[in-house]
Design a protein around this ligand. Structure first.
Ligand SMILES: Nc1ncnc2c1ncn2[C@@H]1O[C@H](COP(=O)(O)OP(=O)(O)O)[C@@H](O)[C@H]1O
Ligand SMILES: [Mg+2]
Length: 365
C-alpha cells in the first residue's frame, strides 16, 4: 500500500490576520482529510511560538474556546536540513516529522517569505509561494513597482518610509492623486490599517494608523469600479479560474466587511461579465502571477471601471480559505472540487521541490 503523506498544517501566526488563518485552517483540514493525508497540526501563537496541537485541541481553537498559546508544553523547534523534522522542546527525544508543509498563514511572518525561508532551511516541500514570490506579493510597493514595469495597469501611487514622514504633505498628495485616496501599510492584508481619505481632517489619522503596522506606507489614487477576483493555480504553467465579483454595500472592502458584517459584501460567482472581459481578466491574472514570481497559488484582485478598464489591485499568495472565501469557490465553479484543489496544491509543492533539488549547490565543472 502507498505510504500516506504526512502534511503539516501550519496555522495562526504572528500577524494581525491570526484569526482569519484559523478560519482558513478549518477548511483546509477538511480538504486534507478528504484526501486521506495524515495531518500534523502546528499552531503558531500570537507571539510567534510554534506548537504541536492535538485534534481535540484544534476543534477547541476553531470554536474559539482555546488559544494556541494555551498549549504551553507543546512548543516545537524546526531542525535545519532535516527533511521536515521538528523537536518537541519539553522532551527533546521526541521528533515530529512531516513530508510537506501546508502553511495557511496570512500576512507578515507567513505570507511574506519568512516561513517559506524556514521551510527551505528545514529542507521540506511546502504549499504555496516560494520565498521571493511571497515577499514581493506581500509588499504592495514592490509589487506595484514590478507591475508598472511590466505595463500591467494599476492605480497611481506614492510611497513613504517612516523616516520620510516630514515629506508627507497633504496638499501635494491631494494634487497628485486627487481626492479621495487610499492610505495603506505596505505589508499587511485583510484591510488592516487601511483608510480612505476624503478630506484633510481624515489625513493625519490615516497616516498614523498605517505607520502603526509598517515602516513603509503606500498612498493610492481611488479607483471607482467593480471588484473582481480571479484564482490562479500552478508553477511554470499557471492557469486561471473564472472570475468572481465582490459586491459591496460599504464604502470599501474593510476588515469588518470581509469578516464581521453579515450584509456588508456579497460574492457573485461567476461574475456577470462579457466573454471577452472574462478572457482578458484571466490572461491578466496569469501575467500578474508570473510577473511577481509566484508559484502554487494566488488570487489576483482587480477593479473594473465603468469604461471597462481592468486594473490590478493586488495579489494574495496565500489567499483566504474561510467558508466565504473566493479562492476555493472560484475553482469549484471552474470545475475543480475542493478535494481536488487541495491535492493539486500538494502535488505542485512536491513538483517544485523535486525540480529545485536538481539545481547544483556547489560549483563543479
Ligand atoms: N486604490 C483603490 N481604489 C479603490 N478602492 C481601493 C483601493 N485600494 C484599496 N481599496 C479598497 O480597499 C480594500 C482593501 O485594499 P487592498 O489593497 O486589497 O488591501 P488588503 O491587502 O488588506 O486586502 C479593497 O478591496 C478595496 O475595497
Ligand atoms: Mg485585498
Amino acid at each position: 500500500m502507498e505510504k500516506k503523506l504526512k502534511i503539516g498544517l501550519i496555522f495562526g501566526g504572528k500577524s494581525a490576520e491570526h484569526e482569519v488563518s484559523i478560519m482558513s485552517a478549518k477548511n483546509i483540514y477538511g480538504g486534507l482529510k478528504l484526501n486521506r493525508y495524515k495531518i500534523i497540526l502546528i499552531g503558531i501563537d500570537k507571539k510567534g511560538c510554534w506548537r504541536l496541537v492535538s485534534k481535540d485541541c484544534f476543534q477547541n481553537i476553531i470554536k474559539g474556546l482555546k488559544k494556541i498559546s494555551d498549549f504551553e508544553n507543546k512548543k516545537i523547534a524546526a531542525i535545519p536540513q532535516s527533511n521536515g523534522e521538528f523537536m518537541l522542546l519539553d522532551n527533546k527525544k521526541e521528533i515530529i516529522k512531516i513530508d510537506i508543509a501546508f502553511p495557511i498563514l496570512h500576512g507578515p511572518f507567513g505570507e511574506d517569505g519568512t516561513a517559506q525561508g524556514m521551510f527551505k532551511i528545514i529542507d521540506v516541500p511546502f504549499v504555496g509561494p516560494d520565498v521571493l514570490g511571497a515577499a514581493i506579493g506581500m509588499d504592495k510597493v514592490l509589487m506595484k513597482r514590478i507591475l508598472k514595469e511590466q505595463k500591467i495597469p494599476i492605480a497611481d501611487f506614492l510611497y513613504f518610509t517612516k523616516n520620510q514622514k516630514r515629506e508627507i504633505n497633504y496638499n501635494k498628495i491631494a494634487d497628485c492623486l486627487r481626492l479621495p485616496f487610499f492610505v495603506k501599510p505596505a505589508n499587511l492584508g485583510s484591510s488592516v490599517g487601511i483608510s480612505k481619505v476624503n478630506n484633510q481632517n481624515e489625513f493625519q489619522n490615516a497616516i498614523d494608523d498605517a505607520f502603526k503596522y509598517d515602516k513603509k506606507i503606500i498612498i493610492e489614487e481611488c479607483v471607482v469600479g467593480r471588484e473582481i477576483e480571479c484564482s490562479v493555480l500552478g508553477n511554470e504553467e499557471p492557469k486561471a479560474s473564472i472570475p468572481g465579483e465582490v459586491k459591496l454595500n460599504d464604502e470599501f472592502y474593510s476588515y469588518e466587511t470581509k469578516y464581521i458584517s453579515e450584509d456588508g459584501a456579497k460574492t457573485e460567482i461567476p461574475a456577470k461579465l462579457p466573454a471577452d472581459t472574462i478572457e482578458e481578466i484571466k490572461k491578466m491574472a496569469v501575467k500578474t502571477f508570473k510577473a511577481l514570481d509566484c508559484e502554487g497559488m494566488g488570487r489576483v484582485d482587480f477593479f473594473l471601471t465603468k469604461q471597462n478598464q481592468i486594473i490590478v489591485n493586488e495579489i494574495n499568495t496565500i489567499p483566504g480559505f474561510t467558508a466565504i472565501s473566493m479562492y476555493p469557490k472560484l475553482w469549484e465553479a471552474s470545475g475543480m472540487p475542493f478535494k481536488k484543489l487541495i491535492s493539486e496544491l500538494v502535488e505542485l509543492a512536491l513538483q517544485r521541490f523535486d525540480r529545485d533539488k536538481k539545481l547544483k549547490t556547489s560549483y563543479t565543472k
